[in-house]
Design a binder for this molecule. Structure first.
Ligand code: ADP
Length: 313
């Protein structure tokens, strides 16, 4: 089936150690281990695919066991994937420490993801796609190229500017129709973009802002639609004609890791389902994100279409 949603982004093998407390420098402690598929791009592709969109994930991996695991995972999920092999590089990995109190410390090695190239993304890949979504966890030049190609193919280009990076070039924003930052990324963009005229803006200042002010700042970013996700509060959808606040659903949150990925993946599936109506899509993304926080993990926590339908009944 021709993909409706194409996700160009990262695959990262999550290597997770649960421990009572984080080890101090020089200390060795005993913990428990689990591993699974991760990476922002991949998590978003799984969310979109499980939510019901014909989805294709495109990302770079190494020639190693983790790449084999990634292929097997997508096959089992019945989600399309085009893994571009970079034999000289390792598949991306994330070392995640989770303490008993639920805090985490993470080191990501991008590995092959950093070597995705424009040549890996020929224009014909994007033909017929309705939505193309990218993040900042892959090669940045290839990411900008993917968004440009998406538009050239008549698709809606969505950028989730995560994680914000020191080498981020704001020029990429002009290639996005829809931008989806969380509070951390929104704060970084306010500080980075000269047009806002603001420096040293903080997340606590953002949480003290009214929705009118968030909307006014979002309008300076460039993309015609900016959706600011505001954690368990919900999200604010800003467009030229005004803004709409969408409250999150009250659920029993067990693990909010990956809520943003669930939202973005659910949103893109919603764009297809609701034929480009981005408010309806944002409401759908809000449901997908709420269901994802009721389960542990990232990709495994993404809800299937039947669970979404049951929630909406
Ligand atoms: P990120 O994971 O990138 O930090 P957010 O924390 O902003 O992203 O969460 C993304 C979306 O997930 C929110 O807009 C909201 O709809 C939903 N969400 C997050 N936390 C909760 C929660 N505790 N309960 C219900 N929905 C949530």
């Amino acid at each position: 089936m021709k993909p409706q949603v194409i996700v160009v982004g990262s695959f990262v093998q999550d290597l997770t150690w649960n421990c009572a407390n984080f080890p101090q420098a020089g200390e060795t402690i005993i913990g428990t281990f689990s591993t699974g598929p991760g990476g922002k791009g991949s998590n978003q592709a799984v969310a979109a695919g499980r939510a019901g969109a014909a989805t294709l994930f495109i990302g770079a991996v190494g020639k190693d066991t983790f790449a084999g695991g990634a292929r097997a995972f997508y096959k089992a999920e019945k989600i399309g994937a085009r893994f571009i092999e970079k034999p000289a590089h390792a598949t991306g990995t994330a070392a995640i420490l989770v303490s008993e109190s639920g805090q985490n410390e993470i080191v990501v090695a991008l590995g092959a993801n950093a070597h995705l190239s424009k040549a890996d993304l020929p224009a014909k890949l994007f033909a017929g796609a309705q939505v193309v979504v990218a993040q900042l966890e892959s090669n940045l030049a290839a990411t900008a190229h993917a968004l440009k190609s998406a538009r050239a193919a008549g698709a809606t280009a969505v950028l989730n500017p995560a994680p914000m990076r020191a080498d981020f070039n704001p020029a990429i924003l002009k290639h996005a129709d829809i931008l989806i930052p969380n509070e951390t990324e929104f704060t970084a963009l306010v500080n980075l973009l000269p047009i806002t005229g603001i420096k040293d803006f903080t997340e606590s200042q953002l949480s003290a802002l009214g929705d009118d002010d968030i909307h006014a700042l979002a309008r300076t970013f460039g993309p015609r639609v900016v959706i600011v996700t505001l954690g368990k509060r919900g999200c604010l959808v800003s467009q030229e004609s005004g803004y709409t606040f969408i409250a999150s659903h009250k659920v029993k949150a067990i693990d909010t890791t990956g809520a943003g990925d669930a939202f973005v993946g659910g949103f893109t599936a919603g764009l297809v389902k609701f034929k480009g109506d981005f408010l309806a899509a944002a409401r759908f993304g809000t449901v997908v994100a709420a269901l994802s926080v009721t389960k542990r993990g990232t990709a495994p926590a993404m809800p299937h279409a039947r669970e979404i339908a049951a929630f909406l009944k």
